[in-house]
Design a protein around this ligand. Structure first.
Ligand code: NOJ
Ligand code: CA
Length: 561
């Protein structure tokens, strides 16, 4: 029996409507286009789609500036199209989660318009105001270098309003009970239309105390519990996936010690140290990041990822570590962003080296948690550094070698398709790769299939095994009497390792899941393995009869899942 925590062994695919597929030819992707590509996604094997924001919006921050929470932006389609879409996903066994952007609205939202124009409006207190310029107005910007302050004077209101992000994104006063009730209503609305949860944008800021006199904002963790209770009463299998780039010591506050707050969080700690490991071939800090993010309630889950729609944020690394990643993957100032990150896509960062891209993805797919893939990475798409800020990694999906990569019939796509050179749609596209068994696309499809057959990774406990070499990371997973060992050599040189799979005296064969290269233990039960440059191995401990040995339960009742 498997408890139905679907997110424990899911494969999540992140896409943005505007750049996926344009069906009506206006140059902007839409729901009709996405619907036509659902079979592609189904074939790729992903089990959950995470859609970036698509509600009515002036689109000044790619939709993270919502002007109507209860509508689809007309550029993408209608609510009718949305329901067709969630229905079509359900038919294919694919769940849908959507971005929930509730820390702030657009300044074009009717609530903000009412708030700024009428001090007596009930909406005035839905935002965060100050009569005079707060002392900390030039502190706490999320986009340093681009965003000048966190408080802006509004002439109409004759007051200053707070905005954690850009000035066209006024923060909601989330402590106001009426605002809170409205936020629940928004969640209920989309759940009713078929979504299985939310990627909650900017969670630490939603729950932070806000106000002109707040110097050290405390988090209101009770809010997370109330969101959780609400979504789960409305739909039992709905999840909250939090975007919260926090310190490991706060992880349990966000998950809740009893697993009563967020179901999932992106593991930013592991993400940053993973890139450090890829840059330097030193897996020590990554191993440490895995250990410090290990404690979590049995029902909680990490979302593991390589790149997403934002910059690769390296803010949690030491200065020295960050410089090492910059030097390897973003040496040019034009590749860096907000003094802390790299704005490129994965493939160009890894110099389009197929061995390194496979290594990075193999590692990501086998880290503790649920993998989250960024659209286009499955074919190794590149970036366009001539576009501002994060837009460089948000170009249209490259479907074929037809004009504009088969993304649109329009002559003027809203965002230009990458063309020419190593990453142009003429060379990198889904149609060509579909026909080539050795392509990145088909590799990704195979690795997803394998990952889904390894529930130990999603559900089980892990241990880091000693390899005696800092460039080789070895993880062992155990779940219900089944074991898995995964090895990754992050160096550009081959090496030999001696591995004790630490099976409490068991001397087992390691069966390779990806090739015929199995490993027999020596008399002491150790394995001697030669890892090629950037090599990776997925081994089952014991034979392929493992399913016959799998037990129905794990640990004591209530202790594990
Ligand atoms: C985080 C999102 O990922 C980012 O794209 C956005 O700009 C900010 N939150 C503001 O909503
Ligand atoms: Ca369109």
């Amino acid at each position: 029996m498997i408890r139905d925590l679907w997110y424990k062994n899911a494969v999540i695919y992140n896409l943005s409507l505007s750049t996926f597929m344009d069906a009506n030819g206006d140059g902007i992707g839409d729901f009709q286009g996405l619907l036509r590509r659902l079979d592609y996604l189904h074939g790729l094997g992903v089990t959950c789609l995470w859609l970036g924001p698509f509600q009515t919006s002036p689109l000044k921050d790619d939709g993270y500036d919502v002007a109507d929470y209860y509508n689809v932006d007309p550029r993408y389609g209608t609510l009718g199209d949305f329901v067709e879409f969630t229905h079509a996903c359900e038919q294919r066994g694919i769940r849908v989660i959507i971005d929930l952007v509730i820390n702030h609205t657009s300044d074009q939202h009717p609530w903000f318009k009412a708030a700024r124009s009428d001090p007596d409006s009930k909406y005035r207190d839905w935002y965060v105001w100050s009569d005079s310029k707060p002392e900390n107005a030039d502190q706490g910007m999320v986009f340093p270098g681009v965003q000048k302050s966190t408080w802006t004077y509004d002439r109409e209101a004759k007051a200053w309003y707070f905005h954690r992000f850009y000035k066209f994104q006024p923060d909601l006063n989330t402590a106001n009970p009426e605002v809170h009730a409205e936020l629940l209503k928004i969640m209920g609305f989309w759940i009713q239309l078929g979504v299985a949860g939310f990627r909650m944008d900017a969670v630490p800021f939603i729950i932070a105390e806000k106000g002109a006199d707040v110097t050290k904002p405390k988090e209101q963790f009770g809010m997370l519990r109330s969101f959780r209770e609400f979504v789960q009463w409305r739909r039992g299998d709905a999840v909250l996936l939090a975007e919260a780039n926090i310190l490991p010591e706060d992880d349990l506050e966000y998950f809740g010690v009893d697993g009563d707050r967020c179901h999932m969080m992106f593991n930013f700690q592991v993400n940053q140290h993973l890139f450090y490991a890829l840059a330097t071939a030193d897996t020590g800090p990554l191993a440490k990041a895995l250990e410090v993010t290990k404690p979590r309630p049995a029902t909680a889950q990490w979302g593991t990822f390589l790149r997403n729609h934002d910059e690769l944020d390296l803010g949690r690394l030491t200065e020295e570590q960050r410089q090492a990643v910059f030097a390897a993957f973003g040496p040019d100032k034009s590749m860096q962003l907000y003094d802390r990150g790299i704005r490129r896509r994965l493939a160009p960062m890894l110099h389009a080296d197929r061995r390194r891209i496979e290594l990075a993805y193999s590692l990501m797919f086998t880290l503790p948690g649920t993998p989250v893939i960024r659209y286009g990475d499955e074919i190794g798409m590149g970036d366009d550094l001539s576009l501002p800020e994060r837009n460089c990694a948000r170009t249209p999906m490259q479907w074929s070698d037809e004009p504009h990569g088969g993304f649109t019939k329009s002559d003027e796509p809203d965002s230009p398709v990458i063309s020419g050179g190593v990453f142009g749609y003429e060379r990198i596209n889904a149609a060509i790769q579909r026909r080539d068994p050795e392509s990145m696309l088909n590799w990704t499809e195979r690795i997803i299939r394998m990952r889904k057959e390894c529930p130990e990774i999603g559900w089980g406990d892990f241990r880091i095994l000693k390899t005696g070499r800092p460039e080789v990371l070895a993880l062992r997973y155990d779940w219900r009497n089944n074991g898995l060992v995964v090895l990754h050599n992050l160096s550009d040189k081959p090496c030999e390792i001696v591995l004790d799979v630490d099976g409490h005296g068991e001397t087992c064969r390691l069966v390779n899941l990806l090739s015929e290269d199995h490993s027999e233990p020596d008399a002491e039960g150790r394995h001697r393995l030669v890892m090629e440059a950037y090599g990776y191995r997925w081994f089952r401990v014991g034979g392929l009869d493992y399913l016959l040995r799998r037990t129905e339960a794990n640990g004591k009742p209530g202790e594990n899942v």
